[in-house]
Design a binder for this molecule. Structure first.
Ligand SMILES: [Zn+2]
Length: 226
C-alpha cells in the first residue's frame, strides 16, 4: 500500500506520465500506485484525453496554431523537479507545477477544438450518388444518400421549384410504401440544398419522391440495391 507521501509525490508525476515524458524507471512505481489510488486514477482519466490532443498536435500541421514545441518538456521538467523537491514545505512549488500542467491542459483544449473545427482531414461522411429523374419542365435536381444507423438521409440539390411553394419528400420502402422524409419551400431559379431524413434504413430504401401540394410526383429516384 502507498503512504500519503507516496501519493503526493506520485501524483505530481501524472503530468509527465500522460505526456510520455516520465523517466522509464519511474513508471512502474506510478502504475503500481494507480492500481490502488482512486484519486490519482481519476486525475489520470481527466488528463489523458487532453494529453492525447496535445500529442496529436506536436509537429503535425504547420497551418494550425501550435503549442510551443518544448511545452510538454517544460511542463514535464517543472513537474518532475517539483516532485523531486518532495520534502515537507514544498507544497507551494508543487502547486505551481500543477498550475503549469493546468495551463498546458488549457492550451491543448483550445488547440484541440481549433483542430477539430478546421482539420481538413476530418472523416468525410460517405455520400452515395443516386440517379434522379425530374417530371416537370424547368426542374433541375441531383441527390446523394447518407446511410445513418437510424435511417437514410437524402441530400437534395435542386432548382426550379416555384419560390414559396411547399414540397413534400418521401422515401420509398422495399414494397413501394412511402415514408415521410420532410418538406422544403421552393427557391425558384436559386439552387437549394436540403437534407431530408427518413426512418427507412438504407438496405430497405428503394427510392425517393418529391411531391407537389397536388400530390404530383415532380422528382423520382430509384436507389441501387444496397
Ligand atoms: Zn494517489
Amino acid at each position: 500500500m502507498s503512504t500519503p507521501t507516496d501519493h503526493e509525490a506520485l501524483r505530481t508525476a501524472l503530468g509527465p506520465y500522460v505526456l510520455g515524458d516520465l523517466p522509464a524507471d519511474e513508471v512502474p512505481a506510478l502504475e503500481a500506485h494507480l492500481d490502488g489510488c482512486a484519486a490519482c486514477t481519476a486525475e489520470l482519466a481527466a488528463l489523458t484525453p487532453v494529453a492525447a490532443a496535445l500529442g496529436g498536435l506536436r509537429g503535425t500541421r504547420p497551418a494550425l496554431p501550435q503549442p510551443p514545441p518544448d511545452l510538454a518538456d517544460r511542463v514535464g521538467a517543472a513537474v518532475a523537479a517539483d516532485a523531486r523537491r518532495g520534502a515537507p514545505g514544498s507544497g507551494l512549488a508543487r502547486r505551481a507545477g500543477t498550475l503549469l500542467v493546468a495551463a498546458a491542459v488549457g492550451a491543448a483544449l483550445t488547440l484541440g477544438v481549433t483542430r477539430l473545427v478546421t482539420d481538413p482531414a476530418a472523416p468525410v461522411v460517405p455520400v452515395e450518388a443516386v440517379p434522379v429523374a425530374v417530371g416537370a419542365p424547368g426542374l433541375v435536381a441531383s441527390a446523394g444518400l447518407v446511410p445513418h444507423t437510424w435511417g437514410v438521409e437524402v441530400k437534395l440539390t435542386a432548382s426550379g421549384f416555384t419560390a414559396g411553394d411547399r414540397y413534400r419528400v418521401v422515401v420509398l420502402g422495399p414494397d413501394g410504401a412511402a415514408f415521410p422524409a420532410g418538406e422544403f419551400v421552393g427557391t425558384g431559379e436559386r439552387t437549394m440544398r436540403c437534407n431530408l431524413n427518413s426512418s427507412v434504413l438504407r438496405e430497405r430504401a428503394s427510392g425517393f419522391e418529391v411531391l407537389g401540394d397536388d400530390g404530383r410526383v415532380l422528382v423520382r429516384s430509384a436507389f441501387p440495391r444496397a
